[in-house]
Ligand binder design. Structure first.
Ligand code: GLU
Length: 507
């Protein structure tokens, strides 16, 4: 291992919303960079103008802001290796394309898309490579004068990488070990197009990783097939000595069955595959996001961290700082990771439980407002207590409302099946007596009130369940909720009495 400074990059193409797999890739880069005191770069790979989607770059930046993944340099972050947007680096790439042409490691090809299509339908499994290139219209096959004439005429061309056949290409991958590919299976990839004067992904990616002194390329498994070509490009440029190390992360798989996780799986099973809600500017479609669905960013991070890696024991709950300590790139799995979205919900539940009540109460305020409650009318202490009483029952902050609405609104109706079961002929009489008892309680705190009410029920030899369930029905509107006397303590004597009285009148 070399002594180089760790420099890693996350390099998305702004072609739409960031997929959750991309978030995992960025997270692993982040953990690796932090762990080694290195730098994390944010580069935008936008050389394919046909696939450019407005708003995607901003969306990606906002996603990481929400998740708490911080970059050290890059688009919107600054740094000494810029510009970090590839569309702003045209001149740099041109120079390197020329270098390959001058060295005879690349060549110019004039074949039009129509000519290539014709060739493909004529020759089964046609591949532009050592076995076919001399039959095509390129600078290797045509006389120099013709090539010069075509260029002078302004004919569009591409630059292709000249791949020598029958050579073993070794890719050393930190996760997968040695991957060996015979160069004959590779085609002479297009590196540059004169039409838009832009390089393709492969060239821009390699040139930038080199110039930005990237030490490790950590990316999704879908890029593994490109790695042999990338190794050859590093060699062709004479950069083999400083070639980054590769680590190709395992695929994210469908929650059920085999195959790659797709947006359709999310639609089908009801979970987001994007960090934030995404409004597609072309189709107008809106796709759900983890943020809007009510996930806490810490929970999403923890959940994603374990998709393809684990600390080697049963520990599951880990903060970002702990992950930085424990993460081990070389122990990532090769096999795909099932996207168990239910586990994501579980993580959210756990993070809600461990969040301080005061913080949770803050998150709950907008939910209250959305449900027509003037949140400012309640003290922070009141809201924190409400949250503490019901949080064990929810997976999402917004679910706190269903569990706690009776703390903010007296019941306006009563659950029918509970009424049938719990409100008997003698209940009004019992409740009237209960009101008397409640009126006489000075210390309305949970424990004290409970002692007196239970004492009264026992003394009178009333049926505990009948009294308490009717009481609950009157105060909550249905037979559910946290401990009854915790509820009445928070509501206070007056409100409790008013609710019991109203139930007697209504039911
Ligand atoms: N632009 C590529 C992407 O969209 C980058 C792949 C890589 O990391 O080399 O993921």
């Amino acid at each position: 291992m070399s002594e180089r400074k760790v420099r890693v990059r996350f390099a998305p193409s702004p072609t739409g919303a960031l997929h959750i797999g991309g978030v995992r890739t960025a997270l692993y880069n982040y953990l690796f960079a932090r762990q080694h005191g290195g730098d994390l770069i944010f580069r935008i790979e936008d050389t394919d103008s046909n696939r450019f989607v407005p708003g995607a770059e901003e969306y990606i930046i906002e996603s990481f802001k929400w998740l708490g993944i911080k970059f050290d340099e890059g688009v919107s972050f600054g740094g000494n290796y810029g510009p970090y947007r590839q569309s702003e680096r045209r001149d740099i790439y041109k120079k390197y394309v020329q270098q390959l042409l001058d060295a005879g490691k690349a060549y110019i090809a004039f074949d039009t898309p129509e000519e290539l299509d014709a060739k493909r339908s004529e020759v089964p499994n046609f591949q532009y490579d050592a076995s076919t290139r001399m039959g095509m219209r390129n600078s290797l096959a045509l006389p120099k004068e013709e090539v010069d004439a075509l260029i002078a005429e302004g004919k569009q061309y591409v630059v292709r990488f000249l791949i020598e056949p029958n050579e073993e290409v070794h890719v050393h991958d930190i996760i997968r070990g040695e991957v060996v590919v015979n160069s004959s299976v590779l085609d002479d990839k297009v590196l540059y197009k004169s039409a838009d004067e832009l390089p393709t992904y492969h060239l821009a990616n390699i040139v930038d990783d080199h110039l930005m002194e990237v030490s490790h390329v950590i990316r999704g498994e879908e890029w593994l097939p490109s790695a042999p070509l990338h190794v050859l490009l590093y060699r062709a440029f004479g950069w083999a000595d400083t070639m980054p190390e590769f680590a190709h992360l395992p695929l994210l798989l469908k929650p059920d069955g085999n195959g790659k996780l797709s947006k359709r799986d999310g639609d089908r099973l009801g979970f987001p595959v994007f960090p934030l809600e995404w409004h597609d500017p072309k189709t107008g479609d809106v796709s759900s996001g983890y943020r809007e669905a009510g996930y806490l960013p810490e929970a999403v991070i923890n959940f994603l961290a374990l998709l393809g890696w684990n600390p080697g024991n049963n520990q599951e709950i880990m903060s970002l700082d702990e992950l930085v300590q424990l993460f081990d790139l070389s122990h990532c799995s090769k096999a795909g990771a099932k996207f168990d979205y239910k586990k994501g919900t579980w993580f959210n539940h756990e993070y809600i439980l461990s969040k301080p009540d005061a913080e949770l109460a803050e998150l709950f305020k907008p939910v209250l407002v959305a449900n027509g409650v003037d949140a400012s009318a309640y003290s922070d202490a009141y809201l924190a207590t409400v949250v503490s009483l019901v949080k064990a029952r929810v997976n999402f902050v917004k679910e706190l409302w269903e569990q706690s609405r009776f703390f903010f609104q007296a019941p306006s109706s009563y659950a029918e099946k509970d009424v049938k079961k719990r409100w008997k002929e003698d209940t009004p009489q019992l409740m009237t007596e209960l009101m008397e008892v409640l009126r006489g309680i000075e210390d309305f705190s949970s424990k004290a009130a409970e002692e007196i009410v239970i004492g009264w029920i026992t003394e009178k030899q009333y049926h505990m369940g009948n009294v308490m369930n009717a009481f609950r029905l009157a105060v909550v509107g249905e037979c559910k909720g946290p401990h009854m006397f915790d509820i009445t303590e928070l509501l206070g004597k007056e409100e409790t009495l008013a609710r019991v009285e109203k139930a007697i009148q209504t039911l």
